[in-house]
Design a protein around this ligand. Sequence first.
Ligand code: HEC
Length: 89
Amino acid sequence: MKIYTVLWFLPVFLIPAEAADIENGDDLHFENCTGCHQEIVYTRDDRNVGSMERLDLQVRFCKDSLELSWFDEDVDDVVEFLNQNYYHF
Ligand code: HEC
């Protein structure tokens, strides 16, 4: 389990230019995403999102319904922020 975690994070350190900006994701999430649901939706037992793909889709769905014009990088940053803090895929 531990070695998997290390391997998973390795590319982030090797290629900093392509690393998601977690802080940007945190800011965007705080400013735009806390109006309808609290963090509890990400951690409850029967949460809907069960994979990275689903998380990406769900973030896009929620930001589209808010009519936010985010770049793909912004979506990636928020996905990564949610994954590192709550989902841990
Ligand atoms: C207009 C209201 C609204 C806003 C604002 C909103 N969401 Fe959602 N979101 C929902 C609803 C409704 C659900 C489904 C909740 C449920 O299944 O009980 C949901 C669910 C989710 C889930 C899945 C939770 C799970 O069950 O695993 C994620 C992830 C998510 N939202 C991300 C975001 C992000 C990122 C933003 C900011 C861009 C955002 N949401 C803003 C309405 C909103």
